[in-house]
Design a binder for this molecule. Structure first.
Ligand SMILES: *Cc1c(COP(=O)(O)O)cnc(C)c1O
Length: 381
């Protein structure tokens, strides 16, 4: 630990990449002094894409400049546009709505399943119309969405399934990795994600070679990679950075170990919080399938009370989405006026996330759990 005192436990640790400082400096020097002078979409990016693809057993992996951008390009490659609708969860991050709107299409917000905080397939079913083109669920915090039922719904409705797996790298459901359940899926490599890096980046995954080729074309101004200055489509700039590719190639080797440490912390938390439901604190659902150790999120009636109590003990927490998407000033004008999302609102009111990162010490983890327990049990009638 660098700037933290012994008892202070940050939510966003300031030393996330300290162990790989030399690797980053080496990558910077190597790319910067390479006679090729190629800083984006070079051979390191190609190797990184292949490493990600092979590790997952995916058909195609296309590295993009962010998770948001990968999602936008996937939707653009599906020719999404005005007059068309995409069903997205009402609880989640802004890109779920903004990527759709940026292409002139309309997000239609579905409510969530209370304990998993992911899109409710039953509610989504009632929202399908003849304008629906895509179903776009997102995995949330540490739980994958109900992909088998969402896949079935997409097939029945004759629409495409785009999987926002931006935060779910490491998750596997029924033997199939997060990101490979949809017609396309995306991961994000932004700092805090399970395979985060000190910069912006993401990847689009697909079994569909045609779709992946269109994403590749769109990420570099609609060019095909062979004919420079021949623009087949109205493209974007979403190119991947060579320094980050070199850094991530190096860090891929330790990913399994970091995921395992995160998962062990989640298990400990879950064990400690198992009996707190009556005291108003609900832990993520138990069980390993379809789970990934990104963020450990509790639901608590007295969320702000718990937050203050932890803060007084030097424990930093985070509230991810205090306001649901259809009630955001940017998206409300595009939401159905008769929309009703009681469970999404409930999650927005009650969610609170605890510190979770691989270099959190056992003592820190035990301290966090003990303080949560003390809060819950101290308030029991
Ligand atoms: C992080 C995240 C994104 C966006 O990824 P960026 O790389 O930050 O653009 C999209 N969807 C979800 C669910 C995310 O968690």
């Amino acid at each position: 630990m660098t700037v933290t005192t012994e008892r202070a436990i940050p939510f966003f640790p300031p030393d996330l990449f300290d162990g790989d400082r030399e690797t980053l400096l080496d990558a910077l020097y190597e790319v910067g002094t390479d006679p090729e002078q190629k800083f984006i979409l070079g051979r390191r990016t190609a190797r990184f894409e292949e490493a990600i693809r092979a590790r997952l057993g995916a058909g195609e992996a296309v590295a993009c400049s962010s998770g948001t951008s990968a999602l936008t390009l996937v939707l653009a490659a599906l020719d999404l546009g005005p007059g068309q609708e995409v069903i997205v969860p009402a609880f989640g991050c802004a890109p779920l709505a903004s990527t759709v709107l940026s292409l002139g299409a309309t997000p239609v917000f579905a409510d969530i399943v209370p304990q998993t905080m992911t899109m409710d397939p039953e509610h989504a079913r009632t929202l399908v119309s003849d304008r629906t083109r895509v179903l776009m669920p997102a995995h949330m915090f540490s739980v994958m969405a109900d992909m088998p039922r969402l896949r079935a719904l997409a097939d029945q409705a004759g629409v495409r399934l785009v999987e926002d797996a931006a935060l779910a790298q490491g998750g596997v459901l029924r033997g199939r990795p997060a990101g490979l359940w949809g017609d396309a899926g995306v991961y994000s490599f932004v700092q805090v994600k399970t395979f985060g890096m000190p910069g912006e980046g993401g990847v689009a995954l697909s079994e569909d070679t045609g779709l992946a080729d269109r994403v590749r074309m769109l990420r570099n101004h609609g060019q095909d990679g062979r004919n420079r200055f021949l623009h087949h489509r109205v493209g974007h700039n979403s190119r991947f950075d060579e320094v980050m590719a070199a850094f991530q190639l190096h860090r891929l080797a330790g990913l399994e170990e970091r995921l395992a440490r995160r998962a062990a912390i989640c298990s400990y938390y879950s064990e400690q919080f198992r009996d707190l439901a009556d005291a108003g604190i609900v832990a993520p659902p138990a069980g390993g399938d379809g789970r990934f150790p990104y963020v450990y999120t509790l639901l608590c009636e007295d969320r702000d009370g718990l937050r203050d109590h932890l803060a007084a003990e030097g424990i930093d927490t985070h509230v991810y989405y205090p306001r649901i998407l259809p009630e955001q000033p940017a998206f409300a004008p595009h939401a159905r006026s008769d929309g009703h999302w009681p469970r999404a609102r409930d999650a927005a009111r009650r969610n609170i996330s605890l510190p979770l990162y691989p270099h959190l010490t056992d003592a820190h983890v035990e301290h966090v759990a003990a303080v949560v327990r003390a809060f819950a049990l101290g308030r029991q009638p």
